[in-house]
Design a protein around this ligand. Structure first.
Ligand SMILES: Cc1ncc(COP(=O)(O)O)c(C=O)c1O
Length: 306
């Protein structure tokens, strides 16, 4: 469907390159946006015709020069990710001084220094973050222009939120914020733009069904109930770590007063691969009192351990 709508694709692995190609995407509509790639995966993507790659370090750039010669490259810059529920801070990206040197080096290595990317942090609800990020990236465009390099592309990453427990700004407000940031910093000379929405496209598309294995208390006078599920951080709830992403939770139990609970998974229960199936919201009846469904609807926010 996305191919038919004229979409391009950001991939993070060799498997995703194959998935896109098998589903009719053209190689020149694929961007290998992961900044940490195996050399063999770069060579594989190149052999399949992929010619657009992200990097954020000298070592990655050298791998690209060797295995994807002459390709377009864009450098990911660091963001603080303030306001994001799931920050990606410091893991990906480099400071703009380094990005400038690396894009100059890219040219020396025979690559096509094509643009800049950033990610403002996932589940970002502070619309101002795009202005800050685009402002930083625009400084890099200027610095490189002075070095004789005319960057052509701005990759604005993801960060657009899914609706979990709280309301989020409408998508139009994000579009306005992004375009306002671009015209604020680039005027009429807008570069080509790429966005890579992730959870805002697919986060609401499925539910994760779980079974309550045990509900217990640790002492007679403690309010908090421990609710042990057969899924956990390693079985689909990774993003709940440090209580970052708070999913909506629905249960078939009705008429009982909500009470504080701490949700955990018993150790030694392997991830439920094969049983985690995406189902369309509202079409899956919850079966029995021991089932919960996680999706982006829920009463008491639990903490989730293990
Ligand atoms: C390079 C890149 N693009 C897009 C995304 C999707 O982000 P989101 O789900 O916040 O839209 C990510 C998420 O980590 C990413 O690293």
């Amino acid at each position: 469907m996305l191919v038919g709508l004229g979409s391009s694709f950001d991939v993070a692995s060799r498997g995703e390159v194959d998935l896109c190609l098998e589903n009719g995407a053209r190689a020149d509509n694929i961007s290998f946006g992961n900044t940490i790639k195996k050399q063999s995966d770069i060579a594989y993507a190149y052999s399949k015709g992929v010619r657009l790659y992200a990097f954020d370090s000298e070592a990655e750039l050298e791998k690209l020069a060797e295995s994807a010669p002459g390709s377009r490259v864009f450098c990911r810059i660091l963001m603080t990710c303030d306001g994001a529920e799931w920050p990606l801070s410091r893991k990906f990206g480099c400071e703009i001084e380094m990005a400038k040197d690396l894009l100059v080096k890219a040219r020396e290595l025979g690559m096509d220094p094509y643009g800049v990317s950033f990610h403002v942090g996932s589940q970002q609800t502070d619309l101002n973050q795009w202005d800050i990020a685009v402002g930083k990236a625009a400084m890099l465009f200027t610095a490189l222009n002075e070095a004789g390099i005319d960057l052509k592309m701005m990759n604005l990453g993801g960060g657009f939120p899914a609706k979990y427990r709280t309301d989020i700004p409408a998508v139009e407000r994000y579009a306005d914020a992004v375009m306002h940031a671009m015209t604020n910093h680039f005027g009429n000379a807008l570069p080509a733009m790429i966005i890579e929405p992730g959870r805002s496209l697919v986060g609401d598309a499925g539910v994760l069904e779980a079974e309550v294995v045990l509900i217990s208390k640790k002492s007679y006078d403690e309010d908090v109930r421990w609710v042990y599920l057969d899924i956990g951080k390693f079985g689909g709830l990774a993003e709940t770590m440090d209580e970052a992403i708070k999913y909506r939770i629905q249960t078939s139990v009705t008429g009982r007063k909500p009470a504080p609970s701490c949700w955990a998974v018993p150790t030694c229960i392997p991830p439920k691969s094969g049983r985690e199936r995406p189902v369309t919201k509202c079409r899956e009846p919850l079966r029995g009192v021991t089932k919960c469904a996680f999706w982006p609807t829920a009463p008491t926010p639990p903490c989730i351990r293990g």
